[in-house]
Design a protein around this ligand. Structure first.
Ligand SMILES: [Zn+2]
Ligand SMILES: [Zn+2]
Length: 100
């Protein structure tokens, strides 16, 4: 299946880089990071993920590829953001209740 191509919002990506600074997954898991600082979409853009801070996380190259290979789950990544920022998630496969 072909993913729809969308223009990424560079400002949103910059915001996430400033917010996170490091690989947030590695900061919590303490299992060692590689080089690289990539902003990853937790819910893939092709699956309806948006350029919002609660859907993006900065990862090193190692943890980024683990996220894409399914070794780090979407739920794991959301837990990391919840741990550091307390975000509520409203993505398409959201398991957290919406809070108003
Ligand atoms: Zn890492
Ligand atoms: Zn990614």
């Amino acid at each position: 299946m072909k993913k729809p191509h969308r223009i990424e919002d560079p400002r949103a990506i910059d915001d996430v880089r400033l917010r996170d600074g490091v690989c947030l997954y590695g900061l919590l898991s303490q299992d060692g990071c590689s080089v690289g600082k990539d902003v990853h979409h937790i819910t893939h853009r092709g699956a309806g993920g948006e350029d919002t801070p609660d859907n993006m996380i900065q990862l090193c190259r190692k943890h980024h590829s683990m996220a894409h290979n399914g070794l780090i789950s979407v739920t794991d990544l959301r837990r990391v953001l919840t741990h550091f920022f307390g975000f509520e998630y409203r993505g398409s496969d959201c398991q957290f209740p919406e809070k108003k």
